[in-house]
Design a protein around this ligand. Structure first.
Ligand SMILES: [Cu+2]
Length: 85
């Protein structure tokens, strides 16, 4: 299980954009998004961490890969939204 913190993912549209980008590089991946915590968790099927990171970056976001997979947590809502919706 991979995990990324994506601070500029702030709404459901961001989440669906990122989910689609991940599935584009790995159609079999399981993707879990926690918008409140700005977390994306991925269970890869074929792609690796660098490919997911690149896909999220190309979708317009800023992923930071986490060493471990944190439990969902409440985080303060950051200002601004990567998809302007
Ligand atoms: Cu958004």
């Amino acid at each position: 299980m991979l995990a990324y913190r994506v601070e500029d993912m702030t709404c459901g549209h961001c989440a669906s954009t990122i989910t689609r980008a991940v599935r584009d590089v790995d159609a079999g991946a399981k993707v879990e998004v926690d918008i409140a915590a700005h977390l994306v968790r991925i269970q890869p099927a074929s792609a690796d961490a660098a490919e997911f990171s690149q896909a999220i970056t190309e979708a317009g976001y800023t992923p930071v890969q986490l060493e471990s997979t944190p439990a969902p947590a409440k985080a303060p809502q950051a200002g601004g939204c990567g998809c302007s919706s």
